[in-house]
Design a protein around this ligand. Structure first.
Ligand code: ZN
Length: 285
């Protein structure tokens, strides 16, 4: 009897230990922070995983052999948190998987979030909007493009719980974004979805573009920006927008943060001399 109890105790303790180690690993591996002027930008990882070839559209066999020789490539789902003197902003909400844990590891609680900027309505971006059918960020204003809101029933349903806190925006052109809050411009980057928007933050002359789903498979979409994915509502338009943004950020030296770029998710874009028309991603760390 004593022996059984002792064994049970050991089992319970090791389960608890595994749980603690797992959450600690998640909090440290899942977060990466850089400064942009006065802003503190943190990548909060929802998932790090390999992507498959089945989602690619327009990739030749020779390019796949050259850029994705193993048949799989690093991918991720990430949320970005921007802290400034005026408060906490989130760009997207991921699945809502590790988001709260990652935020709390940085001393931020969901109630602290003042602004939520949504790139588009797919589940890996708005899945964290609600918790137990109530707003997960009760004090946040939620901004999303009118085009996306009109297109997506899922978006309207999730935002219904936010009532008057929903702010429908009309994003502007790449060189003429629409101000959504001080220091933040919303730019129309339609193609991945009919209302997909990206957000340009500026502080003390430094900028960073949060580009949502402009890429899903960096390994091939950097050297070959014409490659799109099955998740793109309009693969041709998505490729056109991707090329425009890549040219803009590389020629202006603007770092980018992407929702599906593997850890650390943030980096610079430079022209790829070996692949004309292509680019290279240089991660921040
Ligand atoms: Zn996505």
């Amino acid at each position: 009897m004593m022996r059984v109890e002792a064994m049970m105790f050991v089992t319970v303790v090791s389960f608890a230990l595994v749980a603690v180690l797992a959450s600690a690993a998640c909090a440290s591996d899942g977060v990466f922070t850089v400064r942009v002027g006065d802003l503190e930008v943190s990548m909060l990882s929802e998932a790090q995983r390999d992507g498959g070839l089945d989602i690619l559209i327009g990739a030749s066999d020779s390019d796949i052999g050259k850029f994705i020789p193993t048949g799989k490539y690093p991918s991720a789902v990430a949320v970005y948190m921007i802290r400034s003197a005026s408060g906490v902003t989130l760009v997207d909400t991921g699945y809502g998987a590790n988001l709260e844990l990652n935020m709390r590891s940085l001393g931020v609680s969901p109630e602290d979030v003042k602004e939520l900027l949504i790139t588009h309505s797919h589940g890996d971006h708005i899945g964290g909007l609600l918790k137990d059918s109530a707003p997960a960020f009760p004090n946040a204003r939620v901004s999303v493009s009118r085009a996306e809101y009109d297109w997506s029933a899922a978006m309207r349903e999730s935002l219904g719980k936010y009532g008057d806190s929903v702010n429908l925006i009309d994003p502007g052109a790449l060189d003429n974004g629409a101000e959504v809050m001080p220091g933040v411009l919303a730019i129309a980057a339609y193609g991945h979805t009919p209302g997909h928007s990206v957000f340009m933050f500026e502080s003390k002359g430094e900028r960073m573009l949060f580009w949502g789903d402009i890429t899903h498979a960096m390994a091939i979409q950097m050297p070959r920006p014409g490659v799109s994915v099955r998740y793109d509502s309009d693969p041709v338009e998505a490729a056109k927008v991707r090329r425009l943004l890549l040219e803009y950020v590389s020629s202006n030296g603007i770092p980018i943060a992407g929702a599906h770029i593997a850890y650390p998710g943030i980096g610079d874009i430079v022209p790829d001399n070996e692949n004309p028309g292509g680019y290279r991603f240089i991660r921040k760390d």
